[in-house]
Design a protein. Structure first.
Length: 336
């Protein structure tokens, strides 16, 4: 697996959980920064460009927001303008965290490019949007591609478009994802993430919408080099995505667990670790005298035993020692 990031790249997805407020957005940046995440991600769109006036909400959005409000009216309130973007980018710099945002239309791609973003995140819903993919592909930036709702052929098509447009394959990370909020465990299909990495010989990761953090930890153990996870200040706030988001303490716990797993994965070499080498003498055994033995006596099964400590003759040499002659006197329990 190719990992472009020195460590697992953790994206704390604020998304639209700022509810249209700059102050809330800044508090979300504070939380992401304190958790130890590498990046905090928002969403950049113009409601007019993103949805038609008649578009329906998703079922989970109907449950978490006003049923009588259209999808257009819901997301119109969640737009961030150019000035807000600049404020948030500047604020992220002071908090030492990367600002990311997902563009949902051509103007938003241009806006984020003008603002100097180095990494472009493509959401699952745009993976079949050829002009959009081409627009991002032309920028020759790092790309993180979410693949919710797709099959392997659609991922291949999207990668072909991005690469043909000018993005280097080694600059693309593909995230396995499921777009149901929250995702039922039986629909996670985490093994498919590894299939993506193997099929395209590409860096892979996981964008998670399950409740809790165990799937993210498992994904890292399976080789994910990037994890994206929604978070909020409070699950009970008004808005479409809060319910399926982590609260600040949970986000912290997820980052800590991922960093631990990353350390624990280690290298592929099986050998004694530095910390356990001193234990070898204590826990392993040696060949010892079972009873007093005189010099010149035959060493055999009845007068030999295998006991700790492990700083004498390795018991794997048992057959070599049995049948040999004692070269000195031994007391009971003495190392041979």
């Amino acid at each position: 697996m190719k990992n472009k990031f020195e460590k697992v790249f953790i994206i704390a997805e604020a998304g639209v959980n700022h509810n249209g407020s700059v102050e809330l957005a800044k508090r979300l940046i504070d939380v992401a920064s304190e958790s130890g995440a590498d990046a905090v991600k928002f969403q950049t769109f113009k409601a007019e460009k993103l949805v038609s006036k008649h578009a329906q909400k998703a079922d989970y959005q109907k449950e978490t927001t006003d049923k009588n409000e259209s999808q257009f009216d819901m997301i119109k309130k969640l737009e961030l303008d150019m000035d807000t973007h600049k404020q948030l980018i500047a604020y992220c710099k002071t908090k030492n965290i990367i600002f990311l945002s997902t563009p949902f239309d051509h103007d938003s791609i241009e806006l984020l490019n003008d603002l100097g973003l180095e990494i472009f995140k493509i959401p699952s819903g745009e993976i079949t949007n050829l002009p959009y993919l081409r627009d991002i592909g032309k920028l020759d930036k790092k790309v993180i591609l979410s693949t919710g709702m797709t099959d392997i052929g659609e991922i291949e098509d999207a990668l072909d478009v991005l690469i043909a447009a000018g993005t280097k394959k080694e600059n693309i990370t593909v995230l396995h994802a499921n777009t149901e909020y929250p995702t039922p465990m039986e629909d996670v299909n985490l093994k498919a993430m590894v299939t993506i990495g193997n099929t395209f010989d590409i860096a892979f990761g996981y964008s998670d919408h399950t409740l809790g953090i165990e799937v993210d930890i498992a994904a890292v153990a399976m080789g994910a080099c990037c994890i994206e996870k929604h978070f909020t200040l409070d699950k009970n706030m008004e808005g479409p995505d809060h319910k399926a988001s982590l609260e600040p303490d949970e986000l912290k716990a997820m980052v800590k667990a991922i960093r631990n797993i990353e350390l624990a994965l280690g290298s592929c070499v099986k050998k004694p670790s530095n910390s356990e080498i001193p234990n070898m003498q204590i826990a392993r055994k040696s060949i010892v005298a079972k009873m007093d033995i005189k010099k010149g006596e035959l060493l055999y099964e009845n007068n030999l035993a295998i006991k700790r400590p492990g700083n004498g003759i390795n018991p794997m040499r048992w057959d070599e020692i049995v049948g040999s002659i004692a070269t000195k006197d031994y007391k009971e329990d003495e190392l041979i």
